[in-house]
Design a protein around this ligand. Structure first.
Ligand code: UDP
Length: 195
């Protein structure tokens, strides 16, 4: 798919179906693959935060989450086919995870929230191979256990809901040594999916 630049932040012109196929394909490739869901706030923040900017520049995929991204692209004469939001891409990936039983790790949001989201998603799609779930409020010792747990369980899809830019920084700092793993920053999506 074509990659455009909105205020110097890369955006992949991709549909939901294409994004899901690409993400599943990335789980079969070496390395850690970071997926970001971009909205106007993230683009503005990246323009003030060189670390976030660098992370987005080297991301495997940056999907067009916000309507503002589609608007900006259109103004530039580029066509972004549709919004690919964090909530929707999480749902679609859980659907595939239910079908294929690839192991999924869920990190972030307040205690109990991701559990409730997963329970709702399992009601929709059937049993999921859950490698682990942990809330987004942890100390350093707990963090070590989380990272080890992600490694040891062989989780292939890691959903990280710590907010922007914490989640992108966390993925790129803490998960960089993983192999054949896609980690995706999903902001407040667990809160929405738990509702
Ligand atoms: N969060 C977390 N740990 C933190 C800070 C935030 O788990 O240290 C969670 C918070 O509970 C919420 C999500 O991260 O579920 C951030 O949601 P928000 O809608 O603010 O995301 P953004 O707009 O940054 O994408």
């Amino acid at each position: 798919s074509k990659r455009i630049s909105v205020l110097s932040v890369p955006i992949d012109c991709i549909t939901m179906d294409e994004a899901v196929s690409k993400i599943i394909e990335l789980t079969k490739q070496p390395g850690l693959h970071l997926v970001a869901t971009a909205n106007a706030e993230m683009v503005m923040l990246a323009n003030q935060d060189p670390v976030l900017h660098g992370i987005l520049n080297s991301a495997s995929l940056v999907v067009p989450d916000g309507a503002g991204i589609l608007w900006a692209a259109e103004r530039m004469g580029e066509r972004v086919p549709e919004r690919v939001t964090g909530v929707d891409v999480t749902k679609e990936l859980f659907k595939v995870a239910a079908d294929t039983q690839i192991p999924v790790y869920c990190l972030g949001a307040a205690p109990g929230v991701a559990e409730q989201a997963v329970s709702n998603l399992q009601e929709m799609f059937g049993p999921i191979n859950i490698a682990g779930i942990h809330d987004g409020f942890f100390d350093e010792a707990e963090e070590h256990r989380i990272i080890k747990n992600i490694e040891d369980t062989g989780a292939k899809l890691v959903f990280v809901a710590l907010g922007v830019p914490k989640q992108e920084q966390w993925i790129s700092e803490k998960l960089s040594s993983l192999q054949g793993v896609v980690a995706i920053g999903i902001g407040g999506s667990f809160d929405v999916l738990a509702g």
